[in-house]
Design a protein around this ligand. Structure first.
Ligand SMILES: Cc1ncc(COP(=O)(O)O)c(C=O)c1O
Length: 397
C-alpha cells in the first residue's frame, strides 16, 4: 500500500502550532551543506575561535573537586550575583545592587524567559531587522507575534528609522526588542537613540527587551557601546538579556543572566524553577572567575576582533564586488555581493567554490535577504585566507 503521509506527520500535526511552526535555522541549512568539507573556514556561526581561558576552566574544575554538584539557588549563587553587580558598576559607572541579577542557562534562555514574562497569544513585539533569528522564534513559541521593522540600508550601513518603529506600535504591542550592537548588522545605537527608544517605550507603556551582549565589542576606542543604562531609571520597564558566551569565549558553557527591576525577582525565580531549576554551581564558579579575572582576556578578544574587522572590510571592499560598511559594533561583517540577491544560493555556492562558510542573510528576517554575515572573531591568518578565497571566487563569477 502506498501512503502520501510521511511517517510521523500525523504525530507532528497533533502538536501545538507554536511548537510545530518553530522555524528551522537558515544558518544550519548552509552549515549542514558544508560541515564535512575539508579545509573549509567556518565563519557562519556567532563565536570566536579561542577556547575558554584556563583560569575559567580551573574555577569549574575546583568547584567539581569540592563536590559542588547539588541543586542550587534558582536566582544564581549569591557570589555570582554580587560579582555581576560589581561588573556592572564598573562598566556603567553607576551603582548596581545584586538583587537585579538572575543567572540563567544562556543568553537564549534569558530571551525566552523575558518573552514569557511579557507576551503570549495575541501580543506583538516589535523588532528592527535584520536580527538574530532566535528573537522572533522565541516570540513565536510563546504564541505571540514578531512584528519586523526593516532597517534602512544605504551604502551597506544600516540605520533605524524611529518613525517607522513608532508606526509599528499598536495596542497589542508589548515590547520593543532592541539589540545594540546588533547581530548581524553591527548597527550600534547612539546614546541619543537609546534615549529616544526609551521615551517611545515609556510613552506607550511597553517594555524593552534589551540585548546588549556585544556591548564590549565596539571599534571607536570607547570601552563600551551606549546602553539603556545611560538613559533609564532602575524601575523602567527594561529587561536586559545577557550572556557569558561572547566576552569570555564560553559559548559551550551555557550560562547567561537577566538584569531586571528587583521587584520581578520572585517571578523570574519561578520561571527559572520551571525550566532549568537553576544553573550548575561549577559553571557559576567559572562565571565568577570570568568576571573577576577576565578583563585582560576581554581586551585581547576585542583587539583581535578589531584586527579581524579591518582585514575583512578592507579585503572585501578591494574586490570591488561588494557593498558594505565596517560595523560599529559586534563581530560580524554584513555585506552583499553586487548583482546577487539570493543569499541562500550564494552562501551554498561560496561553500562549494571558495571553501568559506558564511551565514545567508535570509536567516535574519526582512531587510537582510540579499546579504551575507561573516563572523570575524577569528585569527588574522584565517581571515586573510578567507579574503583571498572570496576575491578569487567573486572575480571568477
Ligand atoms: C544577539 C544575541 N543575543 C543572544 C545570544 C545568545 O547567546 P547564548 O545563548 O550563547 O548565551 C546571541 C548568540 O549568538 C546573540 O547573537
Amino acid at each position: 500500500m502506498t501512503t502520501t503521509t510521511l511517517p510521523g506527520a500525523s504525530l507532528i500535526a497533533d502538536l501545538r502550532p507554536e511548537a510545530r511552526n518553530a522555524p528551522e535555522s537558515g544558518i544550519v541549512e548552509v552549515v549542514n551543506h558544508g560541515r564535512l568539507k575539508q579545509g573549509l573556514i567556518p565563519l557562519w556561526v556567532g563565536e570566536g575561535d579561542l577556547p575558554t581561558p584556563d583560569f575559567i576552566a580551573r574555577a569549574a574544575n575546583k568547584s567539581l573537586a569540592d563536590g559542588e554538584t547539588f541543586y542550587t539557588w534558582q536566582r544564581g549563587i549569591p557570589e555570582l550575583r554580587e560579582a555581576l553587580a560589581r561588573y556592572h558598576t564598573t562598566l556603567y559607572g553607576q551603582p548596581f545592587s545584586s538583587d537585579r541579577f538572575f543567572v540563567t542557562g544562556s543568553g537564549m534562555q534569558s530571551v525566552q524567559i523575558a518573552v514569557r514574562m511579557i507576551a503570549g497569544p495575541g501580543d506583538e513585539l516589535v523588532i528592527p531587522t535584520p536580527a538574530w533569528p532566535n528573537f522572533a522564534a522565541a516570540i513565536g513559541i510563546a504564541g505571540a507575534k514578531a512584528v519586523c521593522v526593516p532597517m534602512d540600508l544605504e551604502h551597506g550601513r544600516f540605520n533605524l528609522d524611529l518613525g517607522k518603529l513608532a508606526a509599528a506600535i499598536t495596542p497589542r504591542t508589548r515590547a520593543l526588542v532592541i539589540n545594540s550592537p546588533a547581530n548581524p548588522t553591527g548597527w550600534t545605537a547612539t546614546k541619543a537613540e537609546m534615549g529616544a527608544l526609551l521615551a517611545l517605550a515609556r510613552k506607550h507603556g511597553i517594555w524593552i527587551i534589551a540585548d546588549e551582549i556585544y556591548a564590549r565589542f565596539v571599534y571607536d576606542g570607547s570601552p563600551r557601546a551606549a546602553s539603556f543604562h545611560d538613559v533609564m531609571e532602575p524601575e523602567d520597564r527594561v529587561l536586559f538579556v545577557q550572556t557569558f558566551s561572547k566576552n569570555w569565549a564560553m559559548t559551550g558553557w551555557r550560562i547567561g543572566w537577566i538584569e531586571a527591576p528587583a521587584a520581578l525577582g520572585q517571578v523570574i525565580e519561578n520561571l527559572i524553577q520551571y525550566s532549568t531549576s537553576g544553573s550548575p554551581v561549577f559553571v557559576q564558579r567559572a562565571a565568577i572567575a570570568a568576571l573577576e579575572e577576565g578583563e585582560p582576556f576581554v581586551a585581547q578578544q576585542i583587539a583581535r576582533a578589531a584586527e579581524g574587522r579591518k582585514i575583512i572590510s578592507e579585503g572585501l571592499l578591494a574586490t570591488n564586488r561588494v557593498s558594505l560598511a565596517a560595523p560599529d559594533g559586534a563581530f560580524y561583517q554584513f555585506f552583499s555581493v553586487d548583482g546577487r540577491s539570493d543569499s541562500r544560493a550564494l552562501a551554498i555556492e561560496l561553500v562549494d567554490k571558495a571553501n568559506v562558510g558564511l551565514a545567508p542573510g535570509t536567516a535574519f528576517g526582512p531587510g537582510g535577504e540579499t546579504g551575507l554575515r561573516l563572523c570575524f572573531a577569528r585569527k588574522a591568518s584565517d581571515l586573510v585566507e578567507v579574503v583571498a578565497r572570496l576575491q578569487t571566487a567573486l572575480a571568477a563569477r
